[in-house]
Design a protein around this ligand. Structure first.
Ligand code: ADP
Ligand code: ADP
Length: 227
């Protein structure tokens, strides 16, 4: 689904050059649950940003199916992102004056073939909370609204940058379990960035990064469910 070949990314600020990505070549298959793992500063966010077109590459190519993303203009990339990509942010970015349902509907409104909002709310365990406002929801519930919103437009791939940063171990597992279910039920490709090594056993593919390079690439033949 995504093929990156020899991708490099250099940030220049004055005299200082930071090689955030070096010779990164990797593929992500349709429907895969991919975890990108590595310490702070290893290039995980940069990798996500260039795959999703939020940032340009310095060298190399990235294909999404047969479309070369690294050739698209900024405007074309914006359209592509809107049609194909979903994001889950660490800050939930929910609109406080809208209900859970209405927040998820905003996601659906963006898509050309959106998912059914009520069905999705049921799927993430928010049927009862449908008409509540964010301040009436627990942190975990707000996160589930934000997950549902990102899925509502029916993207082909969902990116999740450190989704569990503010959650404790038990709750972070709940979130990942939810992502795993969505990956299975909706056949979505999911790419999760984390520095939590505990979640890598849930993935189909684990990409380990250090100093801008892929230091290890592993396929899990049998993936474990989150406990
Ligand atoms: P990670 O997500 O693994 O913490 P990043 O991709 O954020 O790593 O960063 C990789 C390297 O690139 C780091 O050295 C970081 O300081 C640098 N970097 C990231 N973004 C920028 C930027 N916008 N300008 C300059 N340097 C950056
Ligand atoms: P659930 O709704 O899945 O049962 P809860 O919302 O009750 O989960 O709570 C999960 C726990 O995680 C709470 O103790 C809460 O403090 C914490 N938590 C959830 N979201 C956040 C957040 N965004 N920031 C900090 N802590 C959070």
């Amino acid at each position: 689904m995504i093929t990156m070949t020899d991708v490099g990314k250099v940030y220049k600020s004055g005299e200082v050059e930071t090689h955030a990505l070096r010779h990164v070549s990797v593929t992500i298959e349709e429907g895969e649950f991919v975890v990108i793992l590595g310490p702070s500063g290893s290039g995980k966010s940069t990798l996500l940003n260039v795959i999703s077109g939020l940032d340009s590459v310095s060298s190399g190519t990235i294909y999404f199916r047969d479309k070369e993303l690294t050739r698209l203009s900024t405007d074309q990339m914006t359209v592509f992102r809107r049609e194909h990509l979903g994001f889950i942010f660490q800050q939930y970015n929910l609109l406080q004056n809208l209900t859970a349902y209405e927040n998820v509907q905003i996601g659906a409104d963006i898509g050309s073939a959106p998912l059914d909002v009520d069905e999705l709310l049921g799927k993430v365990g928010l049927r009862e909370a449908r008409d509540k406002y964010p301040h009436q929801l627990s942190g975990g519930e707000q996160l589930r609204v934000s997950v549902a919103r990102s899925l509502a437009k029916n993207p082909d791939i969902i990116f999740c940058d450190e989704p569990t940063g503010s959650l404790d171990e038990a709750n972070s597992k709940k979130v990942l379990r939810l992502l795993q279910e969505l990956n299975e039920d909706y056949k979505k490709t999911v790419v999760v960035i984390t520095h939590n090594t505990g979640i890598s056993e849930m993935a189909d593919k684990v990409i380990k990064m250090n100093s801008g390079e892929i230091t290890d690439l592993r396929h899990n033949a049998v993936k474990k469910d989150a406990q």
